[in-house]
Structures are given as C-alpha cells and as structure tokens.
Design a protein around this ligand. Structure first.
Ligand code: SF4
Ligand code: SF4
Length: 422
C-alpha cells in the first residue's frame, strides 16, 4: 500500500466539510453534530479528514515539506474513521486509508513523534505497546486456565496489551475467562507468550512493525492448530479480523469480539443471566468494534480515468454500517435490571473516546479532552453509568472523569454480564 495509490481519492475531495459532522439527515440535535475530534479541538480545516486529504494530494504533487505544523496535523488524529463514514454517506472515495498512509509515509521518511517512537520501541523489546507492569499472564493467576502453548484448545482467548498490563483492567480479563468457564467453552490463553497484534503500531504509522507482530501471532496460531480467537479488546479484534485480512495474513481464522461470542452463547442457551443489576446505562460504541471492524473489502480490477475516476468492476466501500453494533446491545439487554438509553451519536457516528491512533501516547491532553466531550454527551441521557466494551475507552473515560469531575461510573459490558450470572 502507499499514499500514491490514493492520489485519485484525495483529488476527489471537494472540500465540502461533510467529514466534520454527522450527516445532516442523521443529526439529532444542535449540541452533538461533530464527528471529528481533531477539527473540533483544533478548529482549522487542515485538522479535518478533508484537510488531511488536501494536504496529501498537494504534497504528492509538489513535494513534502515537513514542518512542525504539518507533523502536528498528522499526529493529532485518532484514526477513528468517523470522517470517512460521514464523507461516504454521499461520496464513493477512501478517506481514512490515505490519512493512515500519510502517517506511514511520515514514519518511513523519519518524521516520527517521540512518544510513538518510544511506544513502538517498547513493543519491539517486550511485545507490548504499553509498558509492561509485570508478566503478561499475571491477570490469570489462580484461575486454572488451559495453557494454549502446551495444550490443544478450541478457542484462544487473546487479552491484549493494555488489559494484560494494567492492573485496573485485570477484572475485565478475569470476568471474560470466568464467563467462558461457566459456559463450558474449551479455551486457553497464551499467558506470558501472548504478544501484541501490532494493530496500534500500524495506526501510529509503523507498518513494518505491525507486519512483524502479525506474522508472529499467525505463526503461533498456525503452529498450535487454533481455529478461533475470542478477545475482549476491540483493538485486537479489529487487527485480527480486518488488518490481518487486509494484508492477507488471516487465512481462515475465525475472530470474535467477546460480545459477539456471548451473544452466540446466549442464543445457544449456554448462559442465562438471572441476577438483577439495577443500573441506568448508556452505551459507547468503541471505534474499533464499530465502524472500524467492518470486514476489509478486497478489490481487483481497473481504474477508469476521467474527470472523476470510476472502478471496473465497481468497488465496494466500507461505510461503517457493518460494524458490531447489535451484539453489545443484545448482551446488555439480556442483563436483568439494566436500562439502556442511547446517546445522540451512536454506531457508525459514535464520537471517539480519544485514546486511539497513538493520541493517548502523543497528546494525552487531547485524548482526555475528547473523552470529556463523550462524557458530556453521556450525561445528557440521565444514565448512571457509561458502559463500553474496550479497556482503552474505559481508561480514557475514567481519566476524564477524574480530571473534570462527573457523577458517571464506567463499566465494561463483560463486568456487568458476569455479575448477572452469579
Ligand atoms: S473528505 Fe469528503 S466530506 Fe470531507 S471535505 Fe472532502 S469530499 Fe467533503
Ligand atoms: S480519523 Fe477521526 S480524528 Fe482523524 S480526521 Fe478522521 S474523524 Fe478526525
């Protein structure tokens, strides 16, 4: 892949600015019309999806002038994909892909961000994009789980970098494992041998490091005869399901986010939540479980040039509508006592939590500002808690709540579901 291959898409941008907002037909009210954290915070066109396309298109023609401002624009983007979804409401063109390629080009030209360099260097050394706090498998102590490095298992439970190494999130990993035990699933973990999917490194612009990690994971999976991966991490889910497929590394591996797997177990009658969890909640769609998890569309054909190029055969665009939206809501709905009230921006138009694309590492203040915006929106629903299905979102929401104050509590769906199985 390269930025050059998206010259045509970037040239198609007509600077209409639709990529900054929820499409007009879908707007639910004045207060929550924005979809792009970057343009909303920095308030200058270059910080929007379209602005980044305009810069990329022009620099490909006239040369790359790497100023501090340009790099500020490149790295202050969560790679959340909301711009592409809004643009593609009316337009057939790629938006997020060239933004990512632009960042990959910056990294290959040595124009990196020091915080992201440090994160990726850490991943090369330790196998984790977040600094390890102990052994990767410590979260599983005392649970007597199968060791997938030594025993044959039907399902590999992949926990992910952050949840493995953040002690506050160990309850999420443990709840996930306990639920699978209760349902009688034949699963195991790789424990200390688990290693980063590389997905976050890819979004940071380090494509070669991503590929190294992807090959390590797929070699492990193939060597141990694993056919199915289940994970509570949307980042890992999207990496295994979409990015590995994009690079034709996934083979026939089946990949489930835990909410999809729980929905299946519920449908099969293998789990029955009975204990009430009386709580008014609103649900935050994580970008990597929602719009970014839509399957990759492989396309082969020819580009027909013209004033506006077309593809023969026609290309299928990922518009964010095929992300995982129903499973988390059905799992929440199965918990007696939980009452869900939706926010205005949901599903493919959900506002990002702020932590993605390396922004949590490169500009934590911007990450927290973005989370605060979501907390404000969640508060308008009257909910007692914001529920999500991602450790990165939960951590970032908690940071925003601690910094700015809010009565909202933060939960992962898995925690509430496990409580209801008691
Ligand atoms: S990226 Fe799409 S929505 Fe944004 S300005 Fe360009 S054409 Fe308009
Ligand atoms: S990926 Fe997200 S943060 Fe980046 S330009 Fe698009 S909407 Fe804005």
């Amino acid at each position: 892949m390269s930025l050059e291959q998206y010259q045509g898409d970037m040239d198609m941008c007509c600077r209409c600015s639709t990529c900054k907002f929820v499409p007009l037909q879908k707007v639910g009210g004045f207060d929550f019309v924005n979809v792009c954290p970057s343009i909303s915070k920095f308030n200058f066109h270059s910080y929007s999806g379209g602005g980044r396309m305009n810069i990329g298109a022009n620099m490909l023609r006239h040369g790359f002038n790497y100023t501090d401002r340009l790099l500020d624009i490149v790295y202050n983007c969560q790679q959340c994909g909301a711009c592409g979804v809004s643009c593609n409401y009316a337009m057939d063109m790629e938006v997020l892909a060239p933004i990512t390629e632009f960042r990959i080009k910056c990294v290959s030209d040595g124009k990196t961000h020091p915080a992201l360099d440090a994160a990726v260097a850490g991943m090369r050394e330790t196998g984790s994009i977040v600094p390890p706090t102990g052994k990767r498998g410590d979260w599983a102590k005392g649970l007597k789980l199968k060791d997938a490095t030594k025993e044959k298992v039907e399902v590999l439970l992949y926990i992910g970098d952050l949840t493995s190494h953040d002690a506050k999130l160990h309850k999420l990993a443990r709840a996930t494992a306990k639920i699978l035990q209760k349902a009688g699933v034949d699963f195991g973990i790789a424990g200390d041998a688990e290693t980063s999917t590389g997905g976050m490194a890819y979004e940071m612009g380090y494509e070669a490091d991503f590929q190294t990690q992807a090959r390590k994971n797929m070699t492990f999976i193939e060597q141990h005869g694993i056919r199915t991966v289940v994970t509570p991490s949307p980042h890992a889910y999207q990496a295994f399901k979409v990015l590995y497929d994009k690079f034709q590394l996934r083979g026939d591996l089946r990949v489930f986010h835990i909410t999809e797997y729980l929905q299946q177990l519920l449908d099969e009658g293998r789990l029955t939540p009975t204990k009430r969890v009386d709580l008014a909640v609103t649900y935050h769609d994580p970008c990597h479980l929602g719009r970014l998890s839509e399957p990759w569309q492989h396309w082969q054909g020819k580009k027909v040039p013209g004033d506006r190029f077309v593809f023969d055969p026609p290309k299928v665009y990922r518009r964010g509508t095929n992300g995982v939206y129903d499973a988390p809501r059905e799992v929440l709905g199965s918990i007696p006592g939980v009452k869900l009230t939706e926010m205005q921006r949901t599903k493919e138009y959900a506002w990002c939590c702020g932590a993605g694309g390396g922004v949590a590492q490169s500009n934590p203040e911007f990450a927290e500002w973005t989370a605060r915006e979501r907390i404000n929106e969640a508060e308008t629903t009257g909910a007692e808690a914001i529920v999500t299905a991602c450790g990165w979102c939960a951590n970032n929401f908690n940071a925003a709540i601690d910094a700015a104050g809010s009565r909202l509590k933060v939960f992962d769906i898995v925690e509430l579901f496990e409580q209801s199985l008691a």
